[in-house]
Design a protein around this ligand. Structure first.
Ligand code: PGA
Length: 251
């Protein structure tokens, strides 16, 4: 039984009211009249959640946020809580994206706490893990991703089957340098085994690949046994490219 794949776009800090409207209109038009062949989501900057919520309503596109606070509320200037994201209909939230780990000093423990807050609010955390180039070259890839996922497993116990994991090698993000399907599958198999040790439902945890996924390389990556979808940055800002990746997930 092959399960439905998930293609999630990560817009990062891109967009404007006008650009978002055009992009979502093009996605709506491209998906109109077709049966959804995979689950679809777009992770938009927080100020645009309300706009995007209205524009994806009645479409197969699920709304995602790019980050969530590890706190419930209160004196945390600039933070956005899981309850606030839920108010705007967010179904998913990225946690632990490498840009958050790198530029905002997010530790494994912080990422695990964020995943916990999302789950408690009924929002699916898309937990990002991945090694840097230096770590890969030092042969530490598996140790790094296992350590990152272990923190989330430990903090979330039996809820762990409700998460999505995205393997994003840092050296492949925004660089045009994609992991080969074999490199990605090798890591995904390790993550699957780690999940299997924690939950009997590991097979249904979607494991996404991210890092320069595009219309040309998506099909080959998505054909791997443990690759259940993609987390797409740059290519998700171009409607036709994103629609082609969605089509590749259904074939
Ligand atoms: P990219 O970004 O597709 O532009 O490499 C992926 C991501 O950071 O989620």
């Amino acid at each position: 039984m092959s399960k439905q794949k998930l293609i999630a776009g990560n817009w990062k800090m891109n967009g404007s009211l006008a650009a978002n409207e055009a992009l979502l209109a093009a996605l709506r038009a491209g998906l109109a009249g077709t049966q959804p062949i995979c689950a679809i989501a777009v992770a938009v900057p927080a100020p645009y959640l309300a706009q995007a919520q209205a524009l994806v309503s009645g479409t197969p596109i699920g709304l995602a946020a790019q980050d969530v606070s590890q706190h419930d509320g209160g004196a945390y200037t600039g933070e956005v809580s899981a309850a606030m994201l839920r108010d705007f209909g967010a179904r998913y939230v990225l946690v632990g994206h490498s840009e958050r780990r790198q530029y905002h000093g997010e530790s494994d423990a912080t990422v695990a706490a964020k995943a916990q807050k999302a789950l408690a609010a009924g929002i699916t955390p898309i937990v990002c893990v991945g090694e840097t180039l230096a770590e890969r070259e030092a042969g530490q890839t598996m140790d790094v991703v296992r350590r990152q996922l272990a923190a989330v497993i430990q903090a979330n116990g039996h809820c762990i089957s409700e998460i999505v994991v995205a393997y994003e090698p840092v050296w492949a993000i925004g660089t045009g340098r994609t992991a080969t399907p074999e490199q990605a599958q090798e890591v995904h198999a390790v993550l699957r085994a780690q999940l299997a040790a924690a939950t009997s439902a590991a097979a249904r945890v979607p494991l996404l690949y991210g890092g320069s996924m595009n219309a040309a390389n998506a099909a080959e990556l998505l054909a791997q046994g443990d690759i259940d979808g993609g987390l797409v940055g740059g290519a998700s800002l171009k409607a036709q490219d994103f629609l082609q990746i969605i089509a590749a997930a259904g074939s």
